[in-house]
Design a protein around this ligand. Sequence first.
Ligand SMILES: [Zn+2]
Length: 457
Amino acid sequence: MHAAFAASADSTPARPGIEERLAALIRIPTVSAERSVRGDEPFEALIALLAEFYPLLHQHLPCERIGDLGLVYRWAPAEESAADPVVLMAHYDVVPAAGQEAEWSVPPFEGRIVDGQVWGRGALDDKGALCTLLDAVENLLAEDWTPPRTVWLCLGSDEELHGATAKLIAETLRSRGVRPWLVLDEGGAVTEVPFPGVSGTYAMVGLAEKGVMSVELSADGTGGHASAPTGLTAVGRVARAVARLNRNPFDIRMPRTVVSLLAALAVHAEPAYARLWRLAAAAPWPAARLLAAAGGADGAALVRTSLAATMLSGGSSANVLPSSASAMLNIRVNVGETTAGVVARLRRVIADPKVSVRVVEADEPTPESASDNAQFALIEDCVEAGYPGVDAIPYLTTAATDGRHWHRFAPAVYRFAPLYIPQDERDGIHGRDERVAIDSLVRGERCYRALLKGLPA
Ligand SMILES: [Zn+2]
């Protein structure tokens, strides 16, 4: 059963038709991974449609392209303000639906509205959030409201391809001296909390995100006939290296963010569990061990760097010694650690100079934002405006978002989009039957509006 939320205190009528606008955006297949096939046309078409849907926004906020398709809008305050600006982010590209169309209940790019929900690729990730954000700005402009400090709207065009554009936007604005007081990007939502003893719906707000690495292990052999092997083959060496890594998981380390999460669970859990979560928050080290041992894959992912061997290759024939072999590792680096530290540890655990370790891709984990500051309190107020009675809970995001590019130099970066995503509809993100309730869009717009109106001068 899906949560029903209390009516919002703010009864200001929003501009009608947000579901139609989202449906129209969904109909334009801005699939970043298929840009080489589809060309730039869908991206340009979506940008043109935004200008049509948000006339006041395009009239009052200068828009700049950064990268070929990144959009940056600057909303200046009515009076010159020395206060640090705010960066609100969303991305308008989506992941493909290719190959899974047959599994969808409705075609993924038709933007159908059925039973109070808008269906299609991007409904949740991230065109839904983008729509609520731009609607909020348009509605405030219609009231002649201007922000007390500069607001930047940064819309990425390739988040699903690791966000080179978002990185360029962050670096460009940084080089111009932009030092945000607050950055808000996707990454958390209003949803049911997946922890024992805590029921109900919460706004999960990401304070930090883990790093991501792809690392290739490889070994060379001498070749020759398999009837006269000498020692380990290249395949044997790589297999032994993977086995050693699997036997020696990374050290446990309790991020500050997870302590905040446990403290929040203690406040909201039923009495028997509240005590457990309270103890856990007060004793991070035993709690981290408990999460790693008994918290399942999700619990363990919160307190240690995870490693998965994802690809393996080597050899060419059953009776020929392999001349080479390799394995690919996907590693999610815990906050507080570094990718360089991970590489050093891989070498130490593998303990085989004949296995080479090559970093294919490495993104550092982010710093951790606070949950006891004015920025987090503002996000709590924003949630309350759209979802009365719903509390915010700090969370560690284990997937990568565009927000990480700001986090290297902005201290207050949060990952939260104000949409309700029921547990059983979460698979729609990057999966099939992605959809969002119209009610969530209406509430989400109120959230962004409250956030903007609550900005301190
Ligand atoms: Zn996304």
